[in-house]
Ligand binder design. Structure first.
Ligand code: SAH
Length: 214
């Protein structure tokens, strides 16, 4: 038997990554193993990224915790995620935003399909998965209270700031693979505040505002 969920949560609390009750409760509620290919499920509660196929990974739990704490998602938040993968991070965001909605864009169709199945299995109804390039956001449903990407982009796409609600937050890894996690707040008075939350490693964002496929 590998490391258990409660052990991982305790470790993330002790290390200071998990702080708020709502993020801790969401991590308790959402089973990470569902989002991991069968052969690797024994590693579900190790604090490490894992392969999910198609050269992509499920983010490490401490990075998901850092991002969810920084985003300060509210119960009724309308959220845009860029990079669904198999859906773990979106499932947590949707659990916190229980009266809100998560739109999540994934460029690899097979992963988008797997994510949809995972949400169905868990009875999560407030996530809409869109197959396509999310590097310039998703103008159809804008504005969003929160926008975040789980893939690393070359810069800050201006469309993402445009699609942010006044008072909203945008969280984005910037830089090829080893980048910086950048938090942008669009204040109610229209001011844009930018903070560097530290180093991070993500798969590249591929697309119009992302990197070229190679
Ligand atoms: N949120 C996921 C992370 C998956 S890895 C989790 O919880 O584990 C990041 C994902 O971003 C990959 O599946 C990759 O295919 C996707 N991606 C990369 N560029 C993208 C783009 N321009 N639009 C949408 N998805 C993209």
């Amino acid at each position: 038997m590998g490391v258990e969920k409660e052990e991982l949560i305790k470790k993330l609390i002790d290390e200071g990554y998990l702080r708020s009750r709502k993020v801790i409760e969401a991590m308790r509620k959402v089973p990470r193993e569902i989002f991991i290919p069968e052969g690797q499920r024994k590693y579900a509660y190790y604090d490490t990224p894992l392969e999910i196929g198609y050269s992509q990974t499920i983010s490490a739990p401490h990075m998901v915790a850092i991002m969810l704490e920084a985003l300060e998602i509210e119960e009724d938040s309308k959220i845009l995620e860029i990079g669904t993968g198999t859906g773990y991070h979106a499932a947590l965001a949707a659990t916190i935003a229980k009266n809100g909605i998560v739109y999540t864009v994934e460029r690899i169709e097979k992963l988008a399909d797997i994510a949809r199945e995972n949400f169905k299995k868990l009875g999560i109804k407030n996530v809409v998965v869109i197959n396509g390039d999310g590097s310039a956001g998703l103008p159809e449903y804008a504005p969003y209270d929160r926008i975040y990407a789980t893939c690393s982009s070359p810069g800050i796409p201006p469309e993402l700031i445009e699609q942010l609600e006044q008072g909203g937050k945008l969280l984005l890894p910037v830089g090829r693979i080893y980048g910086r996690l950048i938090l942008i707040e669009k204040r109610k008075d229209g001011r844009i505040i930018k903070k560097d939350l530290g180093g991070c490693a993500f798969v590249p964002m591929i697309g119009r505002r992302g990197y070229n496929e190679d």
